[in-house]
Design a protein around this ligand. Sequence first.
Ligand code: AMP
Length: 113
Amino acid sequence: MNDCIFCKIIAGEIPSKKAYEDDTVLAFYDLSPQAPVHILVIPKAHITSAADITGDNSAVVAHIFEVIASLTKQLGLNDGFRVVTNIGDSAGQSVKHLHYHLLGGRDFTWPPG
Ligand code: AMP
C-alpha cells in the first residue's frame, strides 16, 4: 500500500524503534506512548483492520499474539498488560493497517473510554 505509513515503516522508508521483527510480524514502539510500555505489533502483510481478518490471512494474528506473549515476558509485564486494536473511525483507528497496541507498566481502567 503506497500511502500506508506502517507499510513504509516495514519497508524501512520511515524509521522506527523496533522491539521485534521476523518474516511476518514487526513490533515497534509507538511515537506517542500512552503507557510506560507502548508497542505496536503489526503484520507485514497489509490488512486494513481486524474487520478484514479472514481464513486466508488469520494465521499471522495467532503469531502476533505469540509475539505479544513473548514480549511481555521479556519486558517483565508480570502484573498485567492491555492489548487493544481499534477498528474504523468511530473507534479511533488513525492508521488503516491492522495493529495491536501492547500497553503496560501502569494500571488501566475498565471500561475504556
Ligand atoms: P490507532 O489510532 O489505533 O490507529 O493507532 C495508531 C498509532 O500509531 C498511534 O498510537 C500513533 O501514535 C502511532 N503512530 C503513528 N505514526 C507512527 C510512527 N511513525 N511510528 C510509531 N508510531 C506511530
